[in-house]
Ligand binder design. Sequence first.
Ligand SMILES: CSC[C@H]1O[C@H](OP(=O)(O)O)[C@H](O)[C@@H]1O
Length: 365
Amino acid sequence: MKIDGQPYRTIFPDADGVSVQVIDQTRLPFAFELKRLRSMHDAAVAIRTMVVRGAPLIGVAAAYGLALGLAKDASDAGIERAVEFLAETRPTAINLRWALDRVAAKLRTVPIPERAAFAFAEAGRIAEEDVESCHAIGVHGARILSNLHARTGRTVNVLTHCNAGWLATVDWGTALAPIYVAHDAGVPVHVFVDETRPRNQGAALTAFELNAHGVPHTVIADNAGGHLMQHGRIDVCIVGSDRTTASGDVCNKIGTYLKALAASDNRVPFYAALPFSTIDWTLDDGVAQIPIEERDGREVSHLTGRLPDGAFATIEVVSPGSPVANPAFDVTPARLVTGIITERGVATASADGLLSLYPERRAAA
Ligand SMILES: CSC[C@H]1O[C@H](OP(=O)(O)O)[C@H](O)[C@@H]1O
């Protein structure tokens, strides 16, 4: 998408052909800075510290990290070591492991001297597929918004949680893609943006994206969403996903489940938007089976922002000495999900619904 009229992707090959550039998302929205990843370790640190974040984007970043690692050791053992090293950076988003496994599987038939270049090119193919998938998600999801507008005759109010925009992918995004496509097609859309504690991806990243694209929006405290739904202020919720099971359970940023409960109680349609690479076909009970990342409690006890003089600062916001817990994701059971918006269309949140879009998976089911 564009920033100050300049088209950008979140990750792209450097001119040197052997490293990649990424947007440093820990500096947004107050500073736009690119960061060069020159090694597998650079990629791992970028993923773990959320310089890059968002399920599809960390998958692509890991694939490039694998390519950078092969420059040092392209043996079969080297591939295995690199895959495990990168897979350990963040456990919840399935895209990370999916991308690594896809590249590693293809490498086995590639001569060792050619593996690093092949992996780098394969990472680029994954990135291009992500852009196409996310745009298709936008097209399918935009129909939901245009139908709501046609029915009500007024602006469509969407609530979203965390950041599932183009900053969470290579371009377009997942939950925000339908909003961009609908907005660009002239459908009046307004977005209520959950700030999304503790890292505030909504307040910092989603708001930054919507400002840059000119989409009307209002940032709200996470706990305001249920109240707005009770008072008819929300027409539809659209969220992203880090891992969705074959049965339609949706794992996403912490707090998503609470929004789904409020949506169900107020009969507000609740959609998850995700590409094929976010579906884990091996799982059928998300609450029991999806590993939930536990992040550093400092993300809850401290806040980083900008001072009036423009300097960045980190302040303490929890009583010193109080223990802090920081589960980064939760799982919304399929029964609370109205539909799943994918690059192939919109499915019910169920095994049959997903298999109707991905019939090739029926044999493996
Ligand atoms: C399109 S994936 C977006 C998904 O990823 C985010 O998690 P994080 O910022 O921790 O990588 C969040 O769950 C978003 O919904």
